[in-house]
Design a protein around this ligand. Structure first.
Ligand code: CAA
Length: 372
């Protein structure tokens, strides 16, 4: 079953098949076990890299596949239908760190990182949130102070997907000074790596869902970051992060749709009443909205409002569909003999990360009142 927009191009059909075959053969058979053991399978990064799935929107010059956004989202949906934990790795890596470096990095930074990231030799991560700055992201407190040819970073980052396995972590930190705070315009973005002195991986979260995707805290204790690891302008890091989250939210919407689709497929098989349940779900609209937003992005349009709408609709659809799936399975839906309870747990986070549903509503409302 496929819910992507039709007709797919030849390239999209090929990528979809590649992703689906890989997901069914190498991911789906292990998903339940990885979830139960909260186990991250490291070989997946290499395999995804070999398939080109870690450089989907990167130009071929950087060993990427050079696909458009819609094609990337089709592949992501397939991976998410097999395992949402693997999908978040792919989404964060493709949407946030690689796109940030491609868009705002110097030629030297692109040369240093992008090929290795596309091949899966370096995994990317994104460190914006902090213990006291989640939805209000620009209130972050991690401080960066220039010292000769380096920046010294101190602070704590939370909820970092793959923060313990990534080799390039795009980290937002304050570059303004105490007494001369500049709010959202006083933040820089740094490419940091675990080998930097003062870098420490902290608590690994014990999560309700997405258990096979490691989520960690990071602490920086006088961490010395070479000045050429600063991305672009030292005051623009928050804007870079927000623009990247416009892409990221499309990825999370695709992940949510993959989860919803999987729940539907399992339910259809279980209930044997395809038509009845098929009529009840509403994710066709979510998919159309997502792919319309992807096309708008590829046309170079501002998608801030559009990507928030796609994420909001897809994640709420996923939560609704997976809850119904558990209901259809009855008692069996509530135990681990069937995958639908995992799908429901995995769906929940799509309403939380990369901006909660409440934040998406704020972004949409601001756009309606002309704050774009
Ligand atoms: N594109 C470009 N610029 C943007 C932008 C965007 N999407 N969003 C904001 N900006 C710019 C604004 O234009 C503004 O610029 P000016 O100074 O020139 O006016 C500047 O950034 C500050 O913007 P705001 O005044 O809107 O900032 P704010 O502090 O009010 O915050 C917010 C806005 C939308 C609430 C934002 O804080 C937000 O999105 N919060 C949610 C955070 C989030 O999504 N976190 C995700 C964590 S990462 C994660 O989950 C990844 C993972 O591992 C899975």
């Amino acid at each position: 079953m496929s819910w992507a927009l039709h007709p797919l191009t030849e390239e999209q059909t090929e990528v979809q098949k590649l992703a689906r075959d890989f997901a069914r053969a190498e991911i789906a058979p292990h998903s339940a076990e990885w979830d139960q053991k909260a186990y991250f399978e490291p070989s997946l990064v290499k395999k995804l890299g070999e398939l080109g799935f870690l450089g989907m929107m990167l130009p071929e010059a950087y060993d990427g596949l050079g696909t458009d956004t819609g094609t990337y989202l089709i592949a992501l949906e397939e991976i998410a239908a097999a395992d949402a934990s693997v999908a978040v790795l792919m989404s964060v890596h493709n949407s946030l760190p690689t796109q940030m470096i491609l868009r705002y990095g110097s030629d030297a930074q692109k040369d240093r990182f992008l090929r290795k990231m596309a091949r899966g030799e370096i995994l990317g991560a994104f460190a914006l949130s902090e213990p006291d700055a989640g939805s209000d992201a620009s209130a972050l407190a991690t401080q960066a102070v220039k010292d000769g040819n380096s920046w010294i970073l101190n602070g704590t980052k939370s909820w970092v997907t793959n923060g313990n396995t990534a080799g390039a972590i795009l980290t937002m930190a304050r570059t303004d000074r105490t007494g001369a705070r500049r709010g959202a315009r006083g933040i820089g973005a740094f490419i940091i790596s675990p080998d930097l002195p003062g870098f420490k991986v902290g608590k690994k979260e014990d999560k309700l869902g997405l258990r096979a995707s490691p989520t960690v805290q990071l602490t920086f204790d006088n961490m010395r970051v070479p000045a050429d690891n600063l991305l672009g302008d030292e005051t623009e890091g928050f804007v870079y992060a927000m623009q990247s989250l416009d892409n990221g939210r499309l990825g999370i919407a695709a992940q949510a749709i993959g989860i919803a689709r999987s729940a539907l497929e399992h339910s259809v098989v279980y209930a044997g009443e395809r038509k009845q349940f098929g009529k009840a779900i509403k994710e066709f609209e979510a998919i159309q909205l997502l792919h319309a937003a992807a096309a708008a992005k590829d046309r170079g349009q501002n998608i801030r409002q559009f990507s928030s709408m796609a994420k909001l609709m897809a994640s709420e659809t996923a939560m609704w569909v997976t809850t119904q799936a558990v209901q259809i399975f009855g008692g069996y839906g509530y135990v681990k003999d069937y995958p639908v309870e995992r799908l429901m747990r995995d769906a929940k986070v799509t309403e939380i990360y990369e901006g909660t549903s409440e934040i998406q509503r704020i972004v949409i409302a601001r756009a309606l009142y002309g704050h774009t």
